[in-house]
Design a protein around this ligand. Structure first.
Ligand code: ADP
Length: 160
């Protein structure tokens, strides 16, 4: 086989999450995704039970990074992720991107994949391993830290 003649389709990834806040661990996954996919959508999930507009204004996505990376676009959804994907008619071309910190994430993510596949059997999901430096970071832990120290919190946040 001549590898030069391989049929190459443009690739599209979607990185869903609550991103409240968007932190260095998220950025690490996004940077890996940008190396693999030609376009990436960051899809901010609005959880009706925990996110209000205020919440989203408080935790914006990294503006500078987005300006510098035109292949990364932003979307938001307050539905099932799969319905957002179907609404945009990308279910056959998109790959869902997830980040893995540890074994607990792996088990959790396997369950998510099972649900996603039950909703759309052909949906593609890829997971990237996070840099060990960011393994302990979660948005919920950062929100707890922020209650007591804005400067400690800022250490983990991508500059706006
Ligand atoms: P969290 O609230 O835990 O930060 P999100 O729902 O915003 O999580 O996460 C979106 C995606 O980013 C998930 O796939 C999650 O596993 C991944 N992720 C979260 N934190 C990290 C991290 N520190 N390193 C790598 N991936 C992460």
């Amino acid at each position: 086989m001549n590898v030069n003649n391989i049929d190459r389709k443009p690739t599209l990834g979607i990185y869903p999450g609550s991103f409240n806040p968007f932190h260095l661990g998220h950025l690490d996954i996004l940077n890996q995704a940008v190396e693999v996919f030609e376009s990436v959508i960051i899809a901010k999930g609005i959880n009706p039970s925990k996110s209000s507009k205020e919440y989203n204004d408080k935790y914006p996505l990294p503006r500078k990074f987005l300006e510098q990376n035109p292949k990364v676009k932003v979307g938001s959804y307050d539905t099932l992720l799969i319905d957002y994907i179907k609404k945009h008619e990308i279910e056959n071309s998109v790959t869902i991107i997830r980040g893995l910190r540890n074994g607990s994430d792996l088990e959790y993510e396997q369950n998510i994949v099972a649900f996603l596949r039950s909703m759309h059997p052909k949906i593609k999901v890829i997971a990237f391993y996070c840099d060990p430096r960011y393994r302990h970071i979660s948005s919920s832990a950062l929100r707890d830290i922020q209650k007591f120290s804005e400067s400690e919190y800022r250490k983990y946040i991508v500059e706006d």
